[in-house]
Ligand binder design. Structure first.
Ligand code: ATP
Ligand code: MG
Length: 440
């Protein structure tokens, strides 16, 4: 074991930054988080803001959420707040809810090395981590130094046991303790290292960076549900494109999306790489504009090439277009959810986005109308546009559908009518008079 590992057991005095030695102001802390801090403190407990809240406030950024650490036990926290629920098995904590805002309250924990209290498996992975301790213990079991700073509500000071303030100033993500050991305890820390480094524009300290390439495989043992949650944080955090590039760089993307990675490595014309990059860029832009994003859309892009490959193969084997699509989607999605537990409502939408792609080509008036009214039209159209942007020869098709959506009344009827005589309009179909009910 390296000397760094021993540092985790050295409980030296923390560096304390008094209220006028740091920039955190209560004005920038959520009123609900303050309420929780004050109430805990008023009941005689120690209560500190910790984690991303302190880190981001010190950086002058707006925190995503506020985490609180206390010496109150989860049950004691529950007694203080009506709006409180205890969650988690691996890691038990209290959620105090205020409308849409949830304040996470965790009891101080000790790092397992010291008292053997946490349960680990053969890889050194922590299976349960509910050994309570003091604030001083708690700092050492956190992941990165910049995540282990405490803002103490008693005197508004910032408490730093691990050199987190210096690392913040230098822009460094550094694991507390021996990096390899800490990644083995919880491989998700590898994803967190990359996510925070990208989001904050930090570099990963060399000793914390080195094991990333070697230990990526450990991620395969993480529960698919947790990996899905982490993936959302990776790709819906506003820096999806850069995060993707970093994940690829460290060989970790393949652990999350093995099929996509395989497709990326034997890409021919550059389509898949560009498509995924465009989709991620698009996601970042939507988030910046405050628009909604869905994992279904990204999933459609990430797995598109694998899906197309399978669909083509099934067609070559003689399957009908319908069957080829269904079999390809089944197979690609089944393999993916074994790794990331993407909820069904999203995979269903991904299938629909894929399934509608062919229907943009060579439409008849009736099919065009139907497609316009399809609940997934917009997502599927956006996806088509993305494919065009990524270099597929679909510009004319996209332009036509864009115009059709914008056209009203006679203009739209004119466009649809124009489809009839076109050679590309598919086989002549038996024409029935449109009845009103078909228009819905
Ligand atoms: P953000 O909320 O902005 O994504 P955060 O640092 O607050 O970032 P959370 O997931 O909210 O991250 O966790 C809160 C804190 O809990 C972290 O800052 C860290 O101190 C600790 N923590 C979270 N996950 C781990 C982990 N896997 N191992 C060790 N400590 C962790
Ligand atoms: Mg947080």
């Amino acid at each position: 074991m390296t000397s760094e590992a021993k540092v985790t057991n050295l409980h030296h005095e923390p560096r304390v930054y008094s209220r006028d030695e740091h920039t955190i102001s209560r004005r920038n802390i959520s009123p609900n988080a303050l309420k929780v801090l004050y109430r805990l403190n008023g009941a005689g407990f120690r209560a500190c803001l910790v984690g991303g809240g302190v880190r981001d406030l010190l950086l002058g950024r707006e925190p995503k959420d506020f985490d609180i650490a206390t010496d109150a036990l989860p049950e004691q926290v529950r007694e203080l707040f009506r709006n409180c629920r205890l969650i988690g098995r691996r890691f038990r904590l209290a959620h105090v809810r205020f409308g849409p805002e949830i304040i996470e309250v965790a009891t101080f924990r000790a790092h397992h090395e010291e008292d053997g209290g946490a349960t680990t498996n053969d890889d050194g992975r922590i299976l349960r981590d509910n050994v309570y301790g003091t604030l001083d213990d708690d700092a050492w079991r956190r992941d990165f130094t910049v995540n282990a700073l405490y803002y103490d509500i008693r005197d508004f000071s910032v408490i730093d046991y691990v050199g987190g303030v210096e690392d913040l100033e230098r822009g460094v993500m550094r694991l507390i303790g021996d990096p390899e050991l800490r990644y083995r305890e919880d491989p998700v820390r590898m994803l967190r290292a990359i996510r925070f480094a990208v989001k904050l524009g930090f570099r990963i300290d060399e000793a914390s960076e080195r094991p990333l390439i070697e230990l990526g495989g450990l991620l395969e043992e993480i529960a698919p549900a947790r990996l899905f949650d982490e993936s959302l944080k990776l790709f819906h955090g506003g820096c999806a494109l850069q995060t993707f590039e970093a994940l690829r760089h460290y060989g970790i993307f393949q652990r999350l999306f093995p099929q996509a990675d395989a497709a990326l490595s034997h890409e021919h014309v550059g389509f898949p790489a560009t498509l995924i990059a465009r989709a991620l860029e698009n996601t970042d832009q939507r988030i910046q504009e405050g628009k909604s994003v869905t994992p279904a859309f990204l999933l459609a892009a990430i797995l598109w090439d694998a899906y197309e490959e399978q669909r083509t193969q099934r067609l070559a084997e003689g399957a009908s277009e319908q069957d080829a699509q269904a079999m390809a989607a089944d197979s690609v999605i089944a393999q993916q959810v074994a790794r990331l537990a993407v909820p069904r409502r999203f995979t269903q939408m991904t299938r629909e986005i894929w399934g509608l792609q062919n229907r943009f080509l060579k439409p008849t008036p009736k099919r065009a109308r139907r497609l316009l009214e399809h609940p997934r039209f917009r997502a599927a159209y956006d996806f088509l546009a993305l494919r065009a942007q990524a270099g597929e020869p679909l510009d004319d098709t996209v332009a036509w559908w864009t115009q059709l959506q914008e056209a009203e009344g006679d203009a739209r009827e004119g466009m649809l009518g124009g489809l009839r005589g076109q050679p590309g309009a598919g086989k002549p179909r038996r024409r029935r008079r449109r009845r009103p009910k078909e228009a819905t």
